[in-house]
Design a protein. Structure first.
Length: 104
């Protein structure tokens, strides 16, 4: 099973494990987890949203979580950028704003 985010939000990965999700190949189901995700998607305050995601993640894979998955591989990207290149920043979506890159 593999999954890649298509927009920069934790729900990309967490929604896969919701009860009844067509992508939930684990068949794990936790109604409290689903409740946290439902609350998070309705939450406008970014910090409260992240707090709800953290609670959901703890149920999924925290120290006392159910751990229905074994994340053994992370997709990685290797960039070789010279020390004199400035403004080169990556993000989880692997987009780079070249208008902020300079050499010097």
């Amino acid at each position: 099973m593999g999954w890649i985010a298509d927009f920069p939000d934790d729900i990309n990965f967490l929604s896969v494990f919701q009860c009844g999700s067509g992508n939930n190949y684990t068949n794990w189901c936790n109604k409290t987890f689903d409740g946290y995700l439902k609350q998070a998607t309705a939450e406008q305050d970014q910090q409260k949203r992240y707090d709800l995601y953290q609670k959901a993640e703890a149920l999924l894979s925290g120290p006392n979580g159910d751990m229905p998955i074994a994340p053994i591989y992370w997709y990685t990207f290797a960039y070789q950028v010279a020390e004199n290149v400035h403004g080169w920043n990556t993000n989880p979506m692997d987009t780079i704003d070249l208008t902020k890159v300079s050499i010097g």
